[in-house]
Write a protein that binds this ligand. Structure first.
Ligand code: ADP
Ligand code: MG
Length: 720
């Protein structure tokens, strides 16, 4: 194995250099691996295409009589590009996409080898549902589960090392008809918000035949040298470092954020971007993030269901591309303590088929204010549900630190909209936000620049950013479907209430009267406005203020999971998740939380007992031996040297004690159910883990660096 110094001194070369006129444009490569509507049209009869279009728009159920034609066309298209296999690509509750490949290869009745793909094979696959997390919905003896092709997401060709696989985006459910995936509830939530969104549009006379939620997910990640990663079992097994002393330098100089991107990182970015572009993922932005070795990529927003598929694909592409570049892409929310963690900011809005953004303040004013009111009131009423939608052991390390939104759920609207909301509450029904003065830089050659209506607030859980909401609390590793499902659910729930009241007070066929609208919005805003907060969410004063406003502050995820099961959550989930399906999600979240902590505790104990303590004792032996030799030579050792050796011995002793205490917690929870386990590990377990980490990190700061058995923070973080 290479030593750490050898790895660090290895020449840093980009895999290839780009540029020149033969460099293919992203637009020319865009979606070449996707079976788009245009591709379908190249091999299907116009009648089938018309049908498929209605299916994709959600207006017709797919007619199975067309399945054979579609399958045959897909087979030809995929084979022409070199595909040999197909798979139903689905999103079980593990959080990652799942696939089981089948070859197109089949044997004819005469025994000849041929390629074939039947309509029935396109429509449905059947994996073992009991081997995926089902939260009690499936047991090993009732294993039947189905994956069915979802025509709303286009089929695509996944590039692997040795060829291409035709992926058919699919839904996953049990024989007993319960949703076993993230996708079914997401699509149901979109149907729900569409129905009420269309009522909203019709009420205010805004033309729309279809409405859907949109998502632009900004993805943060860390990138480190693969060989160092392979020497850190904690990164490999848990995605984060369970030990690691603070390096001499962290992010305090703020020199990484938007800094020049190094060649090797850029080569990696370029490579994964091209891969993503071929799959129709519209990547737009790339930059260095605040922490050393941290970066971000962001796509152009899309219909949420497609953007969610794309985010899952993107995370996998990034992980695999990193391997090819001798790098490791870390998507965990907090791989390194003491520097920023990673988020997946989910930008959400509602769009119409006519190209309108319903959260655009420059659009229909009354409609905008009604939707805004629905969002504010929904976030206020269902704050705990939103908190629950982003709850995980990983995200707990990030939320509430001075780098990510706190655990108090608040909405940031910006001064202009806050002013309008205040006016509405006080019955002053002016609706024009005051435009900001243009920005004059006092430079003779620079024109005045228009200022946005609102500033940005990075400390807010849920922030209005001009014409969309940014849910900043979502964790980088998270499946984005759950938070989006919850936003759709709670906004649809409140919007329906408001529209019912508006309809009651507005006779059929008459245009809505502004005063009637304002009065009803006022009634919804008054009790909810406490959730609006424009200040710095990272301060203690806000914590105190939030307490006075009676806003929930759910610090630890383990206390958040059951928020899905309150009566108001169950109502908001109506037509999206039934009570059994909700209970299964809670159970899975709890189980995953307990298992994650259990793995981290195992890692701490193993790393300490089999690597760290032997190294520390070896160092102790060397130092004590030196002292002994000094006294043989009749030189009295300096008492300060003796003191240092004694300190080391003391910290080693403390580490042994702290690790023994962790082992005791592990024994204590063995055999318990996951709910009880999650509670104990989330409380006592976390305290003992923190204690063990403090001591081992102290040890790292004094033990001979040449003997320390794990790559250090400075080696992993400052390489590019
Ligand atoms: P930021 O300054 O927060 O990075 P950007 O303008 O770069 O904001 O947008 C961040 C993300 O928000 C991008 O993915 C962008 O496509 C997405 N976005 C923009 N408009 C919308 C919208 N109407 N709905 C959903 N996402 C949107
Ligand atoms: Mg951004």
């Amino acid at each position: 194995m290479e030593s750490r110094t050898e790895i660090k001194s290895r020449a840093v070369k980009p895999s290839r250099l780009y540029g020149g006129s033969n460099q293919p444009k992203y637009s020319a490569q865009f979606a070449t691996h996707v079976c788009t509507m245009g591709t379908f049209a190249s091999f299907l009869a116009p009648e089938v295409i018309d049908h498929l279009r209605l299916v994709i728009e959600g207006r017709r159920a797919l007619d199975p009589k067309y399945a054979d034609d579609i399958a045959e066309g897909l087979l030809t298209w995929a084979m022409q590009r070199g595909a040999t296999h197909y798979t139903h690509w689905f999103q079980p509750l593990t959080g990652a996409a799942a696939e089981k490949h089948d070859a197109f290869l089949t044997l004819s009745s005469k025994g000849a080898a041929i390629e074939k793909f039947k309509g029935s094979e396109l429509l449905r696959g059947e994996p073992d549902a009991s081997s995926f997390p089902s939260g009690g919905l499936r047991t090993t003896h009732s294993a039947r589960g189905y994956t069915v092709w979802d025509p709303m997401s286009p089929p695509f060709l996944w590039e692997g090392a040795q060829g291409l696989t035709l992926c058919l985006p699919s839904l996953f459910f049990s024989w007993t008809k319960e949703a076993l995936d993230y996708k079914i509830p997401l699509l149901r939530s979109d149907q729900k918000i569409e129905a009420v969104g269309l009522r909203l549009a019709k009420f205010f006379g805004v033309p729309a035949k279809a409405i859907f939620s949109t998502l632009g997910a900004e993805q943060e990640y860390f990138l480190i040298e693969r060989s160092l990663y392979s020497m850190r079992p904690d990164l490999m097994l848990a995605g984060r470092t369970v030990f690691g002393a603070k390096p001499a330098k962290g992010q305090e100089l703020e020199d990484h954020y938007f800094g020049a991107i190094s060649e090797r990182v850029l080569a990696f970015m370029r490579d994964f971007e091209e891969h993503a572009i071929r799959l129709g993922i519209p990547l737009k932005t790339r930059h260095n993030e605040v922490a050393p070795a941290q970066h971000e990529t962001a796509p152009i927003f899309e219909k949420a269901s497609l953007a969610i598929d794309h985010n899952l694909m993107l995370m996998e592409i990034m992980r695999q591309t990193a391997v090819r570049h001798d790098l490791a892409c870390l998507l965990h929310e907090k791989p390194f303590q003491g520097i920023n963690g990673s988020g997946k900011h989910c930008n959400w809005s509602l769009a119409t088929d006519t190209g309108l953004n319903l959260l655009d303040p420059k659009g229909n004013k009354l409609l905008f204010l009604t939707l805004l009111t629905a969002v504010v009131a929904a976030v206020h009423e269902h704050a705990a549900m939103l908190r629950s939608s982003i709850a995980s052991a990983g995200n707990d390390h990030r939320l509430g630190g001075s780098e990510a939104p706190p655990t108090i759920i608040s909405i940031y609207l910006g001064a202009a909209l806050e002013g309008i909301v205040d006016d509405l509450i006080r019955g002053k029904f002016a609706t024009e936000p005051k435009a900001n003065d243009p920005i004059d830089l006092c430079l003779s050659h620079m024109p005045p620049h228009e200022a946005d209506l609102s500033d940005r607030n990075r400390t807010s859980f849920f922030a209005f950013t001009g014409n969309k909401f940014e849910f900043r609390a979502v964790g980088s590793a998270q499946h984005p479907a759950l938070p989006i499902t919850v936003i759709n659910a709670i906004v649809a729930d409140r919007l329906a209430l408001i529209l019912d009241e508006l309809a009651r007070d507005t006779p059929d066929g008459t245009p809505p009267k502004p005063d009637v609208v304002y009065r009803i919005l006022q009634q919804h805003l008054k009790p909810s406005v406490g959730v609006v907060f424009g200040g710095n969410g990272y301060t203690m004063e806000w914590e105190e203020e939030a307490k006075r406003r009676k806003l929930p502050n759910i610090r630890h995820s383990v206390e958040a999971f059951h928020a899905f099961q309150t009566p108001s959550s169950i109502r908001a989930f109506e037509h999206i998740l039934n009570e059994k399906e909700i209970a299964s999600r809670v159970e899975i979240a709890e189980e995953r939380y307990a298992k994650t902590l259990q793995i981290e505790i195992n890692l701490m104990i193993d790393l300490c007992r089999t690597r760290i303590l032997p190294a520390a004792l070896d160092d102790q032996k060397t130092r004590a031996g030196a002292l002994e030799r000094l006294s043989y030579g009749k030189i009295k050792p300096d008492e300060r040297i003796v003191r240092d050796v004694e300190t080391l011995q003391g910290v080693i002793g403390d580490a042994i004690e702290a690790i023994d205490a962790l082992a005791l917690v592990r024994e204590q929870v063995a055999g318990m159910g996951f709910e009880a386990k999650a509670k104990i590990l989330g409380d006592l377990g976390r305290t003992k883990m923190q204690r063990a980490r403090e001591i081992v990190d102290r040890l790292e700061a004094i033990v001979d660096a040449g003997k320390w058995p794990l790559p250090k923070y400075e080696e992993m973080l400052f390489w590019s």
